[in-house]
Write a protein that binds this ligand. Structure first.
Ligand code: PGA
Length: 213
């Protein structure tokens, strides 16, 4: 594990975007595992900027997102599908058929999660997985204590995650109570993992997760 410190959010975003950019340059048809949340927005901005300058090309890249709310149609403004299009996909030359997120409208959780794991396998696995971490330590929608051996699965959101995500909805009641998420096993099978963390609110969990023996 390598820890890279950054002075500001912009610095962190640029450093992380550099790592993603290097991956795409080294392997133009790579598979990028992507994440939603406030933290990666600056990274996507930086990548869009480099794309506009002609420094990076996403035409052969495949993306596989970490998670999606269960029950939300992808056109819903709070879906992760919409988030990814607004913040990244709509601004670069990624092919729509190469974009993958769990289908929140498939009510058959077993079928949807099996489809997603099969898809990751068929693509040859994830070359670089981008991750954030929640203040409570969640990764994707895997809460602390979640079984490490799980692939993509359906989870019940905890109260803390529902509250944290309520900022994206009009009321806390509207936050879906379930999601489809890659499991820790799926994430750890990625060839490389890039976790980005920003802000004081994450300091305690980072200390606990990475620095306390
Ligand atoms: P954030 O979310 O980037 O909005 O802090 C991180 C996460 O919940 O994984």
């Amino acid at each position: 594990m390598k820890i890279i410190e950054a002075k500001t959010y912009e610095d962190m975003s640029r450093k992380a975007a550099n790592i993603i950019s290097a991956q795409v340059i080294m392997k133009p048809n790579c598979v990028l595992g992507l994440a939603t949340g406030g933290t990666p927005v600056g990274i996507y901005k930086q990548l869009i900027d480099w794309y506009r300058k002609g420094d990076i090309d996403f035409s052969e890249v495949t993306t596989i997102n970490l998670d999606e709310y269960r029950g939300l149609p992808r056109e819903s403004i709070q879906s992760y599908w919409t988030f990814m299009h607004e913040h990244f996909f709509d601004h670069v030359n990624i092919r729509p058929e190469n974009i993958n997120l769990p289908d929140g409208t498939n009510q058959d959780a077993q079928e949807e999660c099996a489809r997603y794991d099969r898809l990751i396998m068929e693509k040859g696995g994830i070359d670089l997985q981008l991750l954030g971490i929640g203040v409570d330590g969640h990764i994707g929608f895997n809460e602390p204590g979640a079984a490490f051996e799980l692939g993509t699965h359906c989870v019940n959101l905890t109260e803390s995650t529902i509250e944290a995500n309520a900022r994206f909805f009009d009321t806390v009641k509207e936050v879906p109570r379930q999601a489809y998420t890659m499991g820790i096993k799926t994430i750890m099978q990625a060839h490389k993992v890039l976790m980005v963390v920003n802000g004081r609110s994450k300091a305690a969990i980072i200390k606990e997760a990475f620095f306390v023996q």
